[in-house]
Design a protein around this ligand. Structure first.
Ligand code: HPA
Length: 272
């Protein structure tokens, strides 16, 4: 794994003339539009990058973008890897290891999620302040690589309080509805049953989705401050029961991504 990451990092260094990103960004389903705001220096197709998995889901473009956003050097995954596609946790989080080895100082992640909190409306943003790992596994299972982080990482502060508070101020200033909330991450690919949404609410989750948790675990393993934001694309656990479809999730995400883009751009501007 160490060698694989090194090979990939060497390839990226060579293709980009040694570009060192400050921020790693993962763009969720229907949320790839932030890339249009990046002043792109290099774009690499996943299938051209050694050891990179290749995305299989419609709506997930597979490109690694390097450039500047709000004057900050960023590396962005346009299209992430999901556990439900059949990748191992090591494959799902491989790009995050590469980001870390390239030198990122912070990790920012977005996703589309189902909302269970009755205060949430479709299209709202949720600034994730904690998560519940409901995947049946964990990307850190296996021999620990001490150079990457400790065997038993602390998870008392999974999400960076400074980035959360700054993002909330920006959302308020921009008139964007944004809540703090707990994200439950599980495998999918089924959306949840009505009983599952109610159970997720009962155990303390506000939103649910099929990503983010593995990436944040790897980021925190390396001690990187992390930020994650959901767009609520559907609501679960309420009467009358609503159907959920991937098309609808993508459509809502796309319709709301301007709000997210505005906040991320300003957040980078304000972070030192
Ligand atoms: N459940 C799980 N994942 C999701 C959902 C949901 O309701 N909406 C968008 N991604």
């Amino acid at each position: 794994m160490l060698e694989k990451v090194k090979t990939t990092v060497d390839f990226i260094h060579q293709k980009t003339g040694g570009f060192v990103p400050e921020y790693g960004i993962v763009l969720g389903s229907g949320l790839g539009g932030l890339v249009n705001e990046i002043n792109i220096h290099h774009a690499l197709e996943y299938h051209d990058i050694p050891n990179f998995p290749v995305s299989t889901v419609v709506g997930h473009t597979g490109r690694l973008i390097l450039g500047t956003l709000s004057g900050k050097k960023v590396i962005a995954l346009q299209g992430r890897f999901h556990f439900y596609e059949g990748y191992t946790m090591q494959e799902v989080t491989f790009p995050i290891r590469v980001f870390i080895d390239l030198g990122i100082k912070r990790l920012l992640v977005s996703n589309a999620a189902g909302g269970m909190n009755p205060n949430f409306k479709i299209g709202d943003l949720v600034l994730i302040n904690d998560h519940i790992n409901l995947f049946p596994t964990n990307p850190l299972i296996g021999k620990n690589i001490e150079a990457w982080g400790p065997r038993f990482p602390d998870m008392s502060e999974p999400y960076c309080p400074t980035m959360l508070a700054t993002a909330k101020s920006i959302a308020d200033e921009q008139g964007v509805r944004a809540h703090f909330g707990v994200y439950a991450g599980l495998t999918g690919p089924c959306f949840e049953t009505p009983a599952e949404y109610r159970w997720l609410r009962a155990i303390g989750a506000d939103v649910v989705g099929m990503s983010t948790v593995p990436e944040i675990i790897v980021g925190r393993h390396a001690g990187i401050p992390c930020f994650a934001v959901s767009i609520v694309t559907d609501l679960g656990g309420f009467e009358p029961i609503q159907k959920v479809s991937h098309e609808e999730v993508l459509a809502v995400a796309q319709a709301s991504e301007k709000k997210l883009t505005g906040i991320v751009k300003e957040l980078l501007q304000r972070l030192s």
